[in-house]
Design a protein around this ligand. Sequence first.
Ligand code: F0G
Length: 450
Amino acid sequence: MEPFRIKAVEPIPFPTSEERRTMLSNAGYNLFRVPARMITIDLLTDSGTSAMSAEQWAALFRGDESYAGARSFERFESVVEELTGFPEVIPAHQGRVAERILLTSALSPGDVSVSNTHFDTTRASVEAAGAIAVDLPVEQNASKPFGGDIDLVALNEHLHESGVGRVRCVVLTITNNAGGGQPVSPANVAAVRELCDRHGVMLLLDASRFAENAYLVTQRDQSYANSAPRDVARATFAMADGCWASLKKDGIGNIGGMIAVRDADLARACRNRLIETEGFPTYGGLAGRDLDALAQGLREVTDPDYLRYRAESARWFGDQLAAAGLPVVEPTGCHAVYIDARLLLPHISALAFPATALANELYLAGAIRGCDLGTLVFGRVDPSGGPDVAAPRELVRLTLPRRVYTKSHLEYVAEVAARVASKAAEVPGYRIVEQAGTLRHFTAVLAPLS
Ligand code: F0G
């Protein structure tokens, strides 16, 4: 059960079926363009959507809004230092600016960054530094407990001869969001550490979901069955040279990010860049009160009772969806359940956006908003006007905000999903009417193929 009781509530809207149809059509069949007041259950993202605890709300009041050297920063810094072991702690207003600052400080043009999977904003930051991002995930399947690992054989080959440039850093995204939210094993991190030492390469963590990764380690690796998630997380940080995180996830904050590194020179370079865009290095684009709420969130997020609830509700939700006839990506991680739209909608070709079609159908059937991770997002557009290159997978992510929805909310989603699955053959594909050159999924206008 949920290891908390509810102190403040927010009503949720129940648009009628007519309103949903009109709203989706007005939004160009793009769920990003549907206003939240027309969504019953919003599973678009777990980012910045968490419910704060009473202690976090109380911490807001302690916020010290001094421009430089605020007490809030000192509290934030000591929590991050204690958790990560990194002596250099730099706040930022969200994850993508933290990675932009760290990666553009650490990488030079022509360098290579190798990862289990660079999240899309991470890849953009590597490329902004003039460097090359290479993804080497292990092949994921239902029997693999650590589907987030990096492929060590391929990494070894790249370190010996990348063929494209000098490998400067290895980035391990924990958990691997783009790869189904699968965890990275301590053995994999240790092996990467050894390879990095041998080749003089930096090991960085994208630690946005570090606590969920640590908890899944305690569940999926017998040798950690009796370890506290916080100890597993600390041991993981200890193997790296530095990290960044979006604290809108496992910081349980509505906004926030951070950089934490061992190397003082690298930290100095980051701080100088930070001043240009985010503000003074003791607030990094945040209010003092945000830093206090995040410090408290970082303490709470490794609570084993909370993490057990988080992982078990995701697994239960995945089981309900599978029982409802949806092809769920197994094993379920912590932050989301991923559905394979290609398997559910084999009659829709990749270039008719099966993931978009499934996400839209869940909205039409029950005002549920999921996240489309298919060709609309990852497909490549041919600039000369030829057909798109389809994405390798067509997934819909039903992402779980932290401490927001109860089991009965998720039961409702499973009931709606069952209705959609039973009429899967009738779901139409889509075509694009209007799109931007980059990151088209945020604004694209689509129309159903009849
Ligand atoms: N790294 C990972 C692994 C992420 O999942 C995200 C954001 C970021 C970095 C960027 O952080 O949003 O604070 O700037 N993921 C969100 C999502 C957007 O929905 O998965 P940010």
